[in-house]
Structure formats: C-alpha cells, structure tokens
Design a protein around this ligand. Structure first.
Ligand code: BV8
Length: 242
C-alpha cells in the first residue's frame, strides 16, 4: 500500500471521519460476504429468493434457516484487525462514525460506538407484520413470547425501507466529515452506495479499500486493492504517525 504525500496530509489533518463498511471487512473474521453467503449450502438461492419480504411470506422456514445459519456463523467469529483499527483510530479523532451495511454486529463487538446499521442486525428479531401465504405451515416458526406473533430477523430486505432515520444520520455524518472511507463493499446496493458519492460531491476525499474494483473505484480520491484486515491498520498507522 503506497500512501502518497497527498493522502498522508489528508490522513494527518483528518478529524471527523466516516467509514462505510460492507461484508469485506468481516470476511477475515470468517463471515462469508453477502455474495459468498449464496455459495455452498445456499448457492441455489439468489438474494431475491431469501432476502425479501415476499420470500419470507412464501417460505418463512427456508428464510429462517438461512438467517439462523448466518446468525450462528456471526456468533462464532471475532472482530478482526480491520474492525479493531477503526476503534483505535476513533480515539485519536474528534469522532469516527461507522456506517455499516453488515448485520453481524462485529463493529460493536470490537468497541465501535453509535454504529449506524443501515441494514439492521442479524442478532435481533422483530415481529413479521405481513400476512404469510395461505398454504404456509407456520407451526414451527419463532414467535413473540408476549403476543404469539411470527418473528423475522431484524434486517432490511431488498425492497424494504431502511431503519427510521438511519440514512438521515449517515448523510448528516458524511456532510460534516473531512474524510470518508469505503471499506469492503461492492458499492452497488442503494441507498448505501450513494453515501461516498455524496462525500465526493462536497469535495470530501473518499478512500476506497476493497479486494476488487467496484463502481466507486474510478471516482474515489484514492483506492487500494487488498484486504481490509491488512490495509485499514496500515492507513490508521499512517494517520497516527504525525
Ligand atoms: C430500498 C441485509 C427503497 C440483509 C441487505 C435498481 C437500481 C438501483 C437500486 C435498485 C434497483 N432495484 C432495486 C433497487 C433497490 C435495492 C438495491 O439497491 N438493489 C441492488 C441489488 C441493485 N435496494 C433496496 O431494496 C434497499 N431498500 O431501496 O428501499 C424503497 C423505496 C420505496 C418503498 C420501499 C422501499 C434495501 C437494500 C438492503 C438489502 N439488505 N442486507 C442480509 O444481510 O441478509 S443488502 C446486502 O448486500 C448487504 O447488506 C450489503 O448492503 C449488500 C452488498 O453486500 P456487501 O456488503 O457489499 O457485500 P458483497 O458481498 O456484495 O461485497 C463484499 C465486497 O468485499 C466485495 O466487493 C469483495 O471484493 C470485498 N471483499 C471480500 N473480502 C474482502 C473484501 N474487501 C476487503 N478485504 C477483504 N478481506
């Protein structure tokens, strides 16, 4: 990772940093990325088949099996050097705001505070407020102990609104930042993917760290191809080197 003079200056002057993260920052903890989560056991389903309200309405048992599998994985792993480096950096700044698309809760486990979870959290459940398809046998489904209502994972599915206020908070953080990072995301899912573009429109530098090029790569102020677990700590060390 070659950090040129321009980036070194930006890192050293940075005081208010927003970091957008995706599945790539959790990959080295052993959590399959969202795309990989469709491999192995799940390669026969595409996200539209298991991560939409319609999929749950039609086949809640199958959707629960996928989320229970991923919840178990997320419970068994630990944060990695990428998560930890953001916590360390936050201590040297006025503030560092993590805005994550991940539902695994690893940023919080590493010690990041006030994390904005744009797509919810796989460790939480909430009541499913739609009707289930008539033919569904809902006998085995998890239910709210108080009301008996069918529960669903508290994540945002495709076609669903983000949690109340999440995007507003994220946009506000971007607008008052002096540096933004995009780490480990394929940068295609909206509206999360619009956040780095909002920064660039306001001439706030955006640094991308990802294992492969994305639609953000050509417009990012700097981009580094590689692993978050290695490159994020290197970037943080450069910022702290004064
Ligand atoms: C909404 C939670 C509005 C669930 C997720 C056409 C055009 C534009 C938009 C749309 C469209 N059609 C539909 C839409 C809207 C849709 C969307 O954006 N679709 C995309 C596919 C085009 N968006 C929505 O539906 C959103 N809601 O728009 O509502 C609305 C308006 C009115 C009325 C109602 C609604 C909701 C989207 C949220 C969906 N939920 N997750 C769950 O997790 O099960 S999305 C899920 O996939 C993730 O959360 C993440 O956001 C997204 C992409 O995943 P990534 O995190 O980027 O992971 P991915 O695997 O893709 O990439 C990982 C990257 O890391 C890779 O690039 C890889 O190279 C890299 N990597 C791997 N290892 C490493 C690494 N990098 C560094 N180091 C490593 N070690």
């Amino acid at each position: 990772m070659v950090i040129d003079e321009g980036l070194r200056q930006v890192l050293q002057r940075a005081n208010r940093v927003v970091v957008l993260t995706g599945a790539g920052i959790s990959a080295e903890s052993g959590v399959p990325t969202f795309r990989e989560a469709q491999d192995g056991l799940w390669d026969q389903y595409d996200p539209e088949d298991v991560a939409t309200p319609e999929a749950f309405q039609r086949n809640p048992r199958r959707v629960w099996a996928w989320y229970a599998h991923r919840r178990q994985l997320a419970q068994e792993v630990e944060p990695n050097a990428g998560h930890w480096a953001l916590v360390e950096w936050s201590r040297a700044l006025s503030w560092l705001q993590v805005v994550t698309q991940n539902v695994d809760g690893l940023h919080q486990r590493a010690g990041s505070e006030h994390v904005i979870e744009l797509h919810g959290n796989i460790h939480r459940d909430r009541v499913f407020d739609g009707p289930l398809a008539a033919e569904v046998d809902d006998a085995e489904l998890p239910r709210c102990p108080e009301t008996g209502a069918v529960l669903r994972p508290d994540v945002v599915w495709f076609g669903e609104q983000l949690p109340e206020g999440a995007m507003e908070q994220a946009v506000a953080a971007v607008r008052s930042a002096d540096l933004m990072l995009s780490v480990g995301t394929s940068a295609v899912v909206q509206p999360a993917a619009s956040l780095p573009l909002e920064a660039l429109e306001r001439e706030i530098p955006v640094v991308e760290i990802n294992a492969e090029p994305t639609p953000l790569t050509p417009v990012a102020s700097w981009h580094f191809l590689g692993s978050a677990g290695e490159l994020v700590p290197t970037l943080v060390r450069s910022a702290a080197s004064g």
